[in-house]
Design a protein around this ligand. Structure first.
Ligand code: ADP
Length: 465
């Protein structure tokens, strides 16, 4: 394994997580052992001390009955009864000289002589063995005749128990460390699975350019699962946007081809035919009309994009909707008269909202244009507006053919034109622009339509966008 590879592994989140898991597991096991060891050691010590104190009281009672002889008798009795002697017993005179001394045979390596030099007090005396680590713990008590009684116990058995505990711990610690490392690795591997799948999906998308890949979710409800769900949702939205852009581009290309072909045809005809000044002027006028149509389409597309992305600069000011509607109706008076359509208006005189006058006029003009365009001759169009506490609602109702329910979601799309509307003039951009402008004012537009009866487009505008 090269050094660079090891370096790379060291920097991975998986390695760090494994390290953390293992370290926490191993340190917790060590801490647990430490606490258990301290508790065991102190409880053993306390038990030894209690036994020594109890013996002190026993032998003092014996001493009271018959002095050193009574203690000796008691020891002999215990010996014949088969009880092992596990205590050090010493009776010291008033000057701390040993009057009686008994010690188990196997404890021969303590310097008992030194006891005569140690002052007898109520505390514990610790006498270290000459050759090993054993300690003789001794407690003292005063006797009624001015002498002192000392009882002691070797810590050897206690140390043996603690030693076996330490050995057992070392034996257990090896599998615990292995479990910590491998368990940590397994947990880190499992926890990072969604991240690996995420990386895999992003790599696949980058390599193939196909945005339809999704990261599998585990339905665990944890943060990583939420991240995966959000990532998939984001991919879904990007996919819809890209597909929408592709469709728009296809439609624009398709819709541009017809006028451009017509333009070229007109220019070719003008060049091939009799090139009188009238012919040329006529051809140029046709070309101008066609190029204006193309320009209008491109400008409207730009306006829609700007409004949808929020880049459209709105010149907000108080606008009297009634006045604006009057202007729009006036603008289309001749078109309505031409088709013998009755335009009925109903709105209060003063109806103010904060809006961009020019953009709002553009949107309402598009709606009235459609209402007049799609209503048959002799029909009726109604333009109404009402004020509500939070918003103003403008309704434009017509007596046209209506819109089939399955077409309603599509009419707001760019360049969409209904099947029955192909015979009418239009670019299929009017409603997209209306929707985008109204949305830029933080409002919304709805349609209620009944085929064969007519349609009603409602613009909801907040009083303050
Ligand atoms: P255009 O009118 O140029 O075709 P629009 O974006 O304004 O484009 O409208 C999209 C489609 O919605 C129209 O082609 C038509 O099918 C339908 N539509 C819009 N307004 C009306 C209406 N008032 N009555 C019936 N159909 C309508």
């Amino acid at each position: 394994m090269s050094l660079r590879f090891l370096n790379r592994i060291r920097k991975t989140t998986g390695f760090r997580l494994t390290l953390w898991y293992s370290a926490i597991f191993i340190l917790s096991s060590l801490a647990l052992f430490g606490i258990a060891y301290v508790l065991l050691s102190s409880s053993l010590k306390q038990k030894d001390h209690e036994t020594i104190q109890a013996k002190l009281k026993d032998y003092r009672a014996q001493y009271r009955t018959g002095g050193i002889i009574a203690i000796r008798n008691e020891l002999n009795f215990e010996k014949y009864a088969g009880k092992p002697n596990i205590f050090f017993i010493r009776v010291a005179g008033p000057k701390n000289q040993s009057l009686f001394l008994s010690i188990p045979d196997q404890w021969g390596n303590f310097d008992l002589q030194s006891l005569e030099n140690k002052a007898i007090d109520k505390g514990w005396i610790h006498l270290r063995a000459k050759e090993d680590e054993n300690v003789l713990e001794i407690a003292s008590i005063d006797l009624p005749d001015g002498c002192s009684l000392q009882i002691g116990k070797n810590t050897e058995s206690r140390e043996e128990l603690l030693e076996s505990f330490r050995k057992a711990f070392i034996a257990v610690m090896i599998p615990v460390i292995l479990l910590g490392v491998f368990g940590g690795q397994f947990l880190a591997f499992r926890a990072l699975r969604p991240i690996r799948q995420l990386i895999h999906t992003v790599r696949a998308i980058t390599a193939t350019g196909k945005i339809d890949s999704r990261v599998p979710t585990r339905q665990t409800g944890d943060e990583l699962d939420e991240l995966v769900i959000l990532f998939n949702q984001m991919l879904g939205q990007i996919e819809v946007l890209i597909n929408g852009m592709k469709d728009t581009l296809d439609n624009v290309a398709h819709d541009l081809r017809t006028p451009m072909t017509r333009l070229r045809g007109m220019a070719e005809m003008a060049l091939q035919g009799k090139q009188t000044p009238e012919n040329c002027r006529e051809a140029l006028a046709d070309c101008l009309e066609e190029s204006e149509r193309v320009l209008k389409m491109l400008n409207t597309l730009m306006d829609i994009s700007e409004a949808e992305t929020g880049a459209l600069k709105l010149k907000l000011e108080p606008v009297n909707i009634s006045e604006l509607l009057e202007n729009v109706v006036e603008l289309y008076r001749y078109v309505a008269e031409d088709k013998q359509l009755v335009v009925h208006t109903a709105y209060p005189r003063e109806l103010y909202v904060t809006a961009d006058r020019h953009r709002l006029l553009q949107a309402l003009a598009n709606l009235l244009d459609n209402a007049l365009k799609y209503s048959p001759s002799g029909g009726r169009v109604e333009v109404e507006a009402d004020a509500y506490p939070q918003e103003v609602v403008i309704n434009i109702k017509d007596s046209g053919p209506g819109i089939p329910p399955e077409e309603i979601p599509k009419i707001w799309e760019r360049l969409y034109r209904g099947d029955q509307s192909r015979s009418q003039r239009g670019l299929g951009l009017g409603l997209s622009l209306v929707k985008a402008i109204v949305a830029a004012h933080r409002g919304h537009v709805e349609v209620v339509s009944q085929p064969g009866v007519g349609s009603c487009f409602s613009v909801h505008l907040p009083r303050q966008p």
